[in-house]
Structures are given as C-alpha cells and as structure tokens.
Ligand binder design. Structure first.
Ligand SMILES: Nc1ncnc2c1ncn2[C@@H]1O[C@H](COP(=O)(O)OP(=O)(O)OP(=O)(O)O)[C@@H](O)[C@H]1O
Ligand SMILES: [Mg+2]
Length: 290
C-alpha cells in the first residue's frame, strides 16, 4: 500500500492575519513495508504532514494517494482510510477515556462493527504485542504508569489492524527503559507484520538504528532524504537547521579534527570502535592486534 504525496501544501487559518503555510509543495513516495524516519526542527511541518496521511487534515493544494485512493475525495471512505493508516499522536495517553483498558483498546474495533469474539481477539493480541499483561484489561487506564498508558493507546491503534503505522514522537517523556521497550516493539511490528512505518523522532541515535530512509523537513519542505548514512553525511546542512547527528559521529569528527586519520562515516558504537581499531593498527604498522 504505497503512499504517494504530490505537490502537497497546507496553510493553517488561510485568509486570516494568522495564516501559516506549514507545508509547501511536498512530493514523496513511500513504498510498501518501508521504515521511514521523519525528522526536522520544531515547527518544520512533521505533524502537519502525517495528519494528511489519514485524512485528519485536508490538503490546501496537492494530494495524498494511499493504496490508489485520493484521501478526502470521498468522505464515506475516510473511515476505511483511518483503519488502514494508524496514527499515534504525541502523548497519545491524553486521548484515553474509557473506564477500562479493555474498553479503550476495543473502542476502534467496536466502531468497525466487528463481532465480540473478533474484538476480544484483537484486544488480547494488541495487549500482547505492546507487552501489557492481560490482568490489566479490567483496570482503569488512569491507574497505570505513564509508559503503560502509552502502550494502551498504541494497542488501541494496533487493534484496528492497520497496514501503515505512523508514530509522532512515541517515546517523548518516557524514561530510557520505557523508550527502549516501545522502540523494540515498533521494530518488532515492522519486521513481523511488514508494516509500513513512519516514525517522527528527535532522537538521531534511534532513527539511525531503525529506519531504511530518513526524510528531513525544514520550513514546510523536504530538505534532504536518503539512507541514514547519506543524510548524516550532510552534517553541515543539518547543523545549519539546528539538527544534530548521532553522538558517535560527532565524536569521530572531533577526533579527525584533532588530526586522527579516522573516517567519520559511522552510525553506531560498533562502527566507531572498528574505525578506531583500524587507526591504531595503521599507526603500529599492522603489527599489533590491539
Ligand atoms: N492548528 C494550527 N493552527 C495554526 N498553525 C499551526 C497549527 N498547527 C501547527 N501550526 C503551525 O504550522 C507549522 C508546522 O507545525 P507542525 O506542528 O507541523 O511542526 P512539527 O515539525 O510537528 O514541530 P514539532 O517538532 O514541534 O512537533 C508551525 O509553524 C506551527 O506553528
Ligand atoms: Mg509535531
């Protein structure tokens, strides 16, 4: 189910003194099963862009085509689109409202008019995927920890069995353990179900590790795109718009600036370690195995 974005522009509060052009002439194609990282400074248009992908926002001009269908063209089809394209907002736990965890996760499937057994199956399955123990099903979501509440919210979207999963800063405000767990689950879902995944994140480390392709937004346009390696090679451009590269890369750049003959083309600790080892081997004429 490819996503094709053609000449998409979006202006908030058009024809008022407060009008803001949040997206300007965006063209993108996202292939089936791709894992996309969407990064960009605050206000660059990331959240505005992803809300067009399930019809929450309407294009001011241009169009978005999901699975051959132009979004927003046929109002009756929006329900279907929202089932296919699961969108998880920043701080999704703020949208929990039912009395029990079960009811909250079941809300979407119920609206689809599914049979009770099917609803039960989906709720149980989604709770398992996000790592929520079944005994929490009858608890109030508001008694849970922040990380657990977020899982309930994510499970609610998964229970719709979407084929595209979009997550806006899913780890914001979580502690490192909660963060790693949520990212691990996203990675698992992407691999196991081959879900097309779009992850908006400020963590360059996470992005570098997880995604196939990185899209960098700046002032409502796509400034750069490519593999994480290609994009992070543009350190200067990223710096100019206030974005960092993964920390290991910064360290290697600083070593090179101090005269060490090392490559800065690294994305993780392993690659950095290899580079440094290579450097020492070269220095000792290849005789040391240190
Ligand atoms: N509901 C709205 N009404 C008016 N302007 C808005 C609205 N939502 C966003 N904007 C403006 O549109 C632009 C893009 O905002 P958007 O929220 O898409 O950026 P973002 O990249 O998601 O930022 P962040 O990293 O802070 O989440 C900004 O200038 C923002 O102020
Ligand atoms: Mg945003």
């Amino acid at each position: 189910m490819p996503i094709i974005i053609e000449r998409l522009s979006h202006t908030y509060q058009k024809d008022t003194p407060f009008q803001v052009e949040a997206l300007h002439d965006i063209n993108l194609t996202i292939r089936d099963g791709e894992f996309i990282g969407l990064i960009g400074p605050t206000g660059s248009g990331k959240s505005t862009l992803i809300q067009h992908l399930n019809g929450l926002l309407r294009a001011s001009s241009g169009r978005v085509v999901v699975d051959g269908e132009v979004i927003g063209e046929n109002k009756q089809r929006l329900k279907d689109i929202r089932q296919k394209v699961g969108l998880i907002f920043q701080y999704p736990e703020h949208q929990l409202f039912e009395e029990t965890v079960f009811a909250d996760i079941a809300f979407g499937p119920k609206n689809l008019g599914l049979e009770p057994e099917e609803i039960q199956r989906r709720v149980t399955n989604s709770m398992k995927v996000v790592g929520l123990p079944t005994e929490l099903a009858e608890r109030s979501p508001f008694e849970l920890s922040g990380g657990q509440m977020r899982r309930v919210a994510i499970a609610g979207v998964l229970a719709m069995e979407p084929s595209i999963l979009i997550l806006d800063e899913p780890t914001a405000g979580l502690d490192p353990r909660g963060r790693d767990e949520i990212l691990g689950q996203i990675e698992f879902l992407h691999k196991k179900l081959n879900l097309t995944t779009i992850l908006v994140s400020h963590s360059m480390e996470d992005i570098a590790r997880l995604v196939d392709r990185l899209i960098v937004m700046h002032k409502g346009t796509v400034l750069l795109q490519g593999t994480p390696r290609e994009v992070f090679a543009e350190e200067k451009i990223l710096e100019e718009i206030g974005l960092a590269v993964p920390q290991v890369k910064t360290i290697m750049t600083s070593l090179r600036d101090q005269g060490l003959d090392v490559s800065t083309d690294v994305l993780n600790l392993n690659e950095a370690e290899n580079e440094i080892m290579k450097y020492f081997k070269k220095r000792t004429g290849g005789t040391s195995d240190a």
